[in-house]
Design a protein around this ligand. Structure first.
Ligand SMILES: NC(=O)c1ccc[n+]([C@@H]2O[C@H](COP(=O)([O-])OP(=O)(O)OC[C@H]3O[C@@H](n4cnc5c(N)ncnc54)[C@H](O)[C@@H]3O)[C@@H](O)[C@H]2O)c1
Length: 340
């Protein structure tokens, strides 16, 4: 099989490419990524010379480029991770989220229709369901929960999901959608909570925490997400949505304190800052459907996954220090510049 993975130089896409290249040597994995600020080819170093891996730089919203790529490569499967993914950035610049997350998705869908495809999979988020109150721990998001978005980011992701499902209903395109809770693990860009706290705490810098740190997120170790997507693509029913989550709810403050304890750093580093506008209170996934229909179960709890993650950041300082210094942006030029 030839599989196009979009956004494979990002956090989850990068972990997914590693997983697929190693697990399926008989498949060809094409990593299509625009290398925005969030794309980092240093993440792909361990697989960049594998015979079943290829990198292509390009924009999923560039119709001419995407159609040419599909014409040349004739992929069997497309898995779309590419997105603008940071809520804070969506508040300052909503339009780039519409362009990549909505128009990029419809461009890929049109190419899939034109060139025929065995499966299109959309990687989505639990944020499309909005948030849950903090005082109702009995409530969870199921696949039937109505879409009720809060931020420009989640609105763009919800729009994309609706287009994906409409292309199934209208054109019979074989699609699946997965909606996952917050991920953490190796290769996570240090603007997001967990790597931000680890990298700053290691440098004894102040740790910004929104509001009182009471917001609750449902954390999933990234390889558990990758395995779930692989399962949905291979065994999931077309036209269906699958929620992915491991019942690992923690307040942001709990997460920060866990990291500080593991690193033996003082809680005095914590600095509460003005809350994000429209900040979602609680996310919590009900994963019953993927567990019962497809037999998925996460391998890691938050307690085991966070230890593994902290170890990874301690052993891979160069990777995140290059991001903080901006060095990573030169990798494409160094690696591919002469070949272009
Ligand atoms: N991070 C999470 O906790 C989480 C949870 C659930 C779902 N998701 C979804 O998973 C996907 C991946 O998230 P992530 O955290 O790895 O994101 P990320 O920001 O780390 O990576 C996004 C990647 O997409 C690429 N990209 C951006 N615009 C592009 C374009 N126009 N064309 C081609 N490539 C482009 C970037 O260069 C980057 O490599 C997203 O769709 C996100 O909505 C993320």
């Amino acid at each position: 099989m030839k599989i196009i993975v979009t956004g494979g130089a990002g956090f989850i896409g990068g972990n997914f490419v590693h997983y697929m290249v190693n697990k399926y040597p008989e498949d060809m994995i094409i990593n299509l990524d625009l290398l925005t600020y969030a794309g980092n080819l240093e993440t792909l170093k361990p697989v960049e010379n594998a015979p079943n891996y290829k990198f292509v730089k390009g924009d999923i919203a560039d119709r001419a480029f995407i159609f040419k790529l599909f014409e040349e490569e004739k992929p069997d499967v497309v898995i779309n991770f590419a997105a603008e993914s940071h809520v804070d950035r969506s508040i300052t610049d909503p339009e780039s989220f519409v362009r990549t997350n909505v128009m990029g998705t419809t461009t890929l869908l049109d190419a899939c229709r034109t060139y025929g495809i065995k499966r299109y999979h959309q990687v989505s988020t639990d944020e499309v369901y909005g948030d849950l109150p903090l005082d109702r721990p009995d409530l969870f998001f199921t696949e039937e929960t109505p879409l009720h978005t809060s931020s420009p980011y989640s609105s763009s992701k919800a729009s994309a999901d609706l287009f994906v499902l409409a292309y199934h209903r209208t054109y019979g395109l074989p699609v699946t959608v997965s909606r996952c809770s917050n991920n953490y693990g190796p290769y996570h860009f240090p603007e997001k909570l967990i790597p931000l706290i680890i990298s700053r705490a290691l440098n004894d810098e102040e740790l910004p925490v929104y509001g009182k740190g009471e917001n609750v997120r449902d954390w999933l170790y990234v390889t558990d997400h990758c395995k779930a997507i692989d399962l949905v693509v291979r065994k999931g029913k077309v036209g269906e949505v699958y929620n992915i989550g491991g019942h690992n709810e923690r307040t942001n403050l709990e997460v920060v304190k866990t990291i500080l304890k593991a690193l033996n750093k003082p809680e005095s580093l914590i600095k509460f800052v003005t809350d994000r506008p429209g900040h979602d209170r609680r996310y919590a996934i009900d994963p019953t459907k993927i567990e019962t229909e497809l037999g998925w179960k996460p391998e890691y709890t938050f307690d085991t996954g966070i230890v593994k993650t902290i170890e990874w950041y301690l052993n891979n300082k160069e990777w995140w220090e290059h991001i903080i210094s901006g060095e990573y942006t030169k990798y494409f030029e160094n690696m591919y510049g002469e070949r272009l």
